[in-house]
Design a protein. Structure first.
Length: 364
């Protein structure tokens, strides 16, 4: 096997295939990336036995073949090379990788031992703009829990609604939801998918293409151009989030998004888990007083002008969660909808965006 390839294109392909490879594995070959010649391209695969990723990249093929090379080391070697063509020549025991005046020799695995790429029999499909999908995942998936003891909370719920696709995630303290408009959404489409895996998919380079999401009984398959991501669906029941969402409120406060985010960050310098940020919203003066008190360090407060519809209210919220939510708001204005100090507060983006971020209050 022998080929030449552009450094940056090879590095990008290795980075994509590497997303499917476990950082630590008791099975040595699973630390490797599978590379095979396909006409004028290379096919790269990575897997950790739970998920699998495949992509292709153009190359100048001198001799057909296949190999499995330690992915992390190969990635670091390619990254270290200057911006020039890379040549890789492989025999049964080793790979010679060279660029300019530098060369490396790596031992290789037997490609016959590499797991076969899953052949998934899909039964439901949906297609959506990758750009819109990626933006929604980046807003929502970071809310998913890292606690593997509660698998349902580690995932993002993907479902279709009458006019598009909905993504929802929660860690039980907060919830993020984004609706992506699209034409002719697939009815009955629903899957719970690992939040960290969704973030890997969303991190792919943006192109003016659609991403296809396919479901089987046990798997979800994302296809984006020549890239295929496969992962097991989470077999757990997602919480009934809709009971927390309501269009009714006693107070609706309008903020400048950049202004309130900056204020929360400033006041939050004095905050901690034991000292949440309190929002004291006054309708008669159209102001919101943000404050926090730390018994060990002191206190901070800042007054913001805002638009207030409804009653006066005080509500305390976790500082870092508020920052996370406001950082995801894609519009210049944001609305905080509240009912009582002990009921969830909901930050909503300005129309036409349909992102919302719900926070459980902290007892004052």
């Amino acid at each position: 096997m022998k080929f030449s390839i552009n450094k940056n294109e090879f590095l990008n392909a290795l980075g994509i295939a590497g997303k499917g490879i476990a950082s630590r594995s008791t099975i040595p070959i699973l630390s490797g990336v599978y590379i095979k010649t396909l006409g004028t391209s290379l096919e790269l695969k990575g897997t950790d036995s739970e998920r699998a990723i495949r992509c292709t990249v153009s190359a100048l093929i001198d001799e057909d073949g296949e190999c499995v090379v330690p992915e992390r080391l190969l990635y670091d070697i390619v990254k270290s090379f200057p911006d020039a063509a890379i040549t890789m020549e492989v025999d049964e025991t080793q790979a010679l990788i060279s660029c300019d005046k530098t060369s490396f020799t790596l031992k290789v695995f037997d490609p016959a031992d590499f797991p076969a790429f899953p052949d998934i029999d899909v039964n439901t499909k949906a297609s959506i703009s990758f750009k819109a999908f990626s933006q929604a995942v980046k807003r929502v998936a970071k809310v998913a829990s890292k606690d593997q003891g509660r698998p349902a909370l580690t995932g993002v719920l993907i479902t279709t609604i009458p006019d598009g696709m909905r993504l929802v995630a929660t860690d039980s303290y907060r919830l993020a939801m984004d609706d992506i408009p699209c034409e002719n959404p697939t009815e009955g489409f629903e899957a719970l998918v690992s939040g960290s895996f969704m973030q890997e998919v969303a991190s792919l380079p943006e192109k003016e293409e659609s991403i296809e999401i396919c479901l089987s009984a046990n798997h979800v398959v994302f296809t984006y151009g020549s890239i295929v991501f496969i992962n097991r669906r989470i077999e757990a029941r997602f919480p009934n989030y809709q009971q927390l969402l309501t269009d009714s409120y006693t107070t609706r406060t309008e903020f400048d998004t950049a202004g309130i985010l900056a204020a929360v960050r400033r006041v939050g310098l004095m905050s901690s888990l034991s000292a949440p940020i309190k929002f004291d919203i006054e309708s008669s003066t159209a102001t919101a007083l943000l404050s926090t008190v730390s018994q060990d360090m002191g206190s901070a407060e800042e007054s913001l002008s805002c638009g207030v519809e409804g009653e006066n209210i005080e509500i305390a919220l976790n500082h870092q969660y508020v920052v996370d939510g406001l950082s995801s708001i894609p519009t210049d204005k944001v609305f905080l909808e509240t009912r009582t100090s002990m009921m969830p507060g909901i930050f909503r983006a300005q129309d036409p965006e349909r992102f919302l971020y719900l926070l459980m209050p902290v007892r004052i």
